[in-house]
Design a protein around this ligand. Structure first.
Ligand SMILES: Cc1cc2nc3c(=O)[nH]c(=O)nc-3n(C[C@H](O)[C@H](O)[C@H](O)COP(=O)(O)OP(=O)(O)OC[C@H]3O[C@@H](n4cnc5c(N)ncnc54)[C@H](O)[C@@H]3O)c2cc1C
Length: 396
């Protein structure tokens, strides 16, 4: 997007390098192979890392509606999907998105070379010398859109983070975000493959910091699905993890009192119904069986449920606490938290303050968002701004 933006603004002799043999692999993998391009109702509170105002400043330069216009002009019709207002190509094909970008690249004076890995950067006067594994290149401006550490086999291996650090640029420590969590509850592992709609909460030092209704997927070693991925970053930070607790509410629309009332009514009206039968009216069979096991029962009529077991059941249904024992790391993280902070960047141009002519875009910056098209939007907007600013710099 950065190269296209420079090309559209009239830049000549743009050199686009990518370390990967298959550039854009992440686009192909994204949104389950459908590429969630952006979000039609962008809520800026869903971004994390840097200040909402700063993020807004960059995104509004090339906001979601302009991104949609861009893709339509590049031949990709889009649609909005409820309930999260995610924007996808009508074709439901991420390759449609990647191919449109590659076709745009070909329209301008852009020479695209890959695989070429950038190893180091140095500034001689006002010219940047770029050392790569295929020789060196020089240029008045350089844009780094080299991503973070997630899914390293796609080419985003974080190698440029070390280059920047060695140049004296501050970087916020990277950590995996939007990554599956592991838990040590063996009874939950047996539910592998099951998806439930639930409320996921995160408490940090007892204070609620995350509260989302979404789907949860049980896996062979823990928990995944959009709700868990969005909550995961509290558990990939060593310090936060010690003071953080994740809870699951299996009746997402009802609070503890409402669930208590429901159970009390059922006990009064249908005392002979088996607990398993009652739970199965609201939950998948396998999950109901796990919860009953946790009450130390095989099964029982609900009228015979002792008071302390009723309380335990309500806690299991509304405030289930899995024992989070780890996470899947960068290997399965959809995004990297951390990166270059806004204090290092001129947000009007995306230029690194201490290095005139060096611009940044995308995940290399300390901004990431929840699932829903936020991360690509950040990449498109910051790339667009960096591309056009780099040309202004040369002309200026
Ligand atoms: C499985 C998965 C699904 C996702 N789905 C979505 C989604 O549906 N919607 C959404 O908004 N976001 C999604 N994301 C996140 C989104 O893909 C990223 O936030 C986005 O791709 C970041 O763009 P980027 O250009 O900053 O970095 P990247 O896409 O990581 O691209 C960086 C590029 O730089 C190249 N590179 C790295 N180092 C060098 C070097 N030294 N020299 C030369 N080239 C180098 C890499 O080869 C790579 O091609 C998903 C991510 C994953 C992993």
């Amino acid at each position: 997007m950065a190269a296209i933006s420079a090309g559209r603004a009239g830049a000549k002799n743009v050199l686009l390098l990518d370390a990967s043999e298959r550039p854009g692999t992440k686009i192909l993998m994204s949104g389950g192979g459908r590429c969630n391009i952006t979000n039609a109702e962008m809520d800026f509170r869903n971004f994390r890392g840097e200040s909402v105002n700063g993020i807004k400043k960059v995104i509004l330069q090339f906001p979601p509606d302009k991104v949609v216009d861009f893709f339509i002009s590049a031949g990709v019709k889009t649609k909005v999907e409820e309930p999260w207002n995610k924007v996808f190509p009508v074709s439901d094909s991420a390759s449609n998105v990647l191919n449109s970008l590659l076709a745009e690249v070909r329209k301008y004076d852009i020479s695209f070379k890959y695989p070429v890995k950038l190893n180091s950067l140095s500034q001689v006067g006002s010219i940047w010398e770029c050392e790569t594994d295929k020789g060196s290149f020089s240029s008045e401006t350089v844009i780094l859109a080299t991503g973070g550490f997630s899914y390293p086999h796609t080419g985003s291996d974080g190698s440029i983070w070390t280059v920047l650090r060695n140049m004296g640029v501050t970087l916020v420590q990277p950590r995996a975000a939007l990554t599956p969590l592991k838990c040590s509850d063996h009874d939950l592992h047996a539910l592998s493959g099951l998806t439930v709609w639930c409320r996921i909460k995160v408490r940090e030092n007892g204070k609620e910091v995350f509260n989302h209704e979404n789907s949860l997927l049980f896996t062979h070693d823990g928990l995944s699905g959009p709700g868990i991925l969005n909550a995961s970053e509290w558990f990939t930070d060593q310090k936060l993890r010690k003071v953080t607790e994740l809870t699951i509410g299996f009746f997402p629309e009802e609070n503890e009192n409402e669930v208590r009332e429901w159970l009390t009514d059922e006990i009064k009206n249908n005392p002979t119904i088996k607990l398993s039968k009652l739970l199965r009216t609201k939950l998948p069979d396998r999950l109901a069986a796990v919860l009953i096991n946790r009450l130390d029962f095989t099964d029982i009529s609900i009228g015979q449920l002792p008071r302390e077991k009723r309380n335990k059941l309500i806690a299991l249904l509304t405030d289930f606490k899995p024992d989070i024992s780890g996470h899947s790391g960068f290997k399965k993280a959809e995004v990297t938290a951390g990166g270059v902070p806004f204090s290092e960047i001129n947000l009007a141009t995306m230029e690194v303050k201490q290095f005139p002519g060096l611009f940044l875009a995308g995940e290399i910056i300390n901004v990431h968002g929840i699932i829903g098209g936020y991360n690509f939007q950040w990449a498109w907007s910051s790339g667009w701004l960096a591309g056009k600013s780099s040309l202004t710099k040369i002309k200026g």
